[in-house]
Design a protein. Sequence first.
Length: 291
Amino acid sequence: MIQFQAVAELEHMTRAAQRLNLAQPALSRTIQNLENELGASLFDRSGRRMHLNENGRILLRYSRLILSSIQDAKNEIAAQKSGTETCIRLCVHSATALIPQLLMDFRRIRPEVRFEIVQRMFQSAEQPEYDMLIDSIVGDEVLPRNSCVLMQEDAMLAVRGDHPLARRDSVALSDIQDEPFVSLRRDRPWARIIQKACNEVNFAPSIVAESDNPITLCDFVRCGLGVCFLPSRTGLPRQGDGIALVRVSDFAYTRHLYLHWCYNAYLPPHVAAFRDFAVQWFSDLADAARP
């Protein structure tokens, strides 16, 4: 399967042989024997050129599943033998204010587990440098495979506790069009969400300061530098600390927080335990927030 996959991905016998460190004639015989065994050609050949045909695409799909399952088995056997690796590499793009409490609560029941937290974006989705990812999607975006929704939340206006709008149940965009705004840096996921939402309703906030840190953003609001849009449930690092969240009646925008794990089948026990704990933890948090 490994030899076939290399030829199928490269569609070139010589380059596949070089990748596998095999002699080309031996690799050619392997592919020919495989086709004889299946009773079907896997490539369309024209001289020295070869292209994967429909039969080959079917086999490639199943070969990837087979090889992935073998790797899962190796991982599970290694974990069973060692019983020592309990690190979880967690990539956090959303809900950063809630992560410390989530990890503390989990470690109360699994104190042997340690975490490595990263927040950078990764270029390769095929070989991500994390075990789990917390991120968000909005609108009609599709949830990635191996993912589950943790929480749904709306965009709300964050103002200083003594701001005149803090006493309102809701405001309209026309009420805040002259307010100075603070924002996360524009390459941050939440900033992109808000920019898209503002474009859809033709609202152009006057941004006076940006930060790449959500806690600093809240500090901006707390000191009166400006107002901002925050997620209704995960936006504040500490509740009731000088910031009020006010609903914006004509700015209805919802995001879905989700958890993604980077395994097709086998999850190490400590990673599976954290996944299940996080799902229940966010569910309890959502229930507690309901009136």
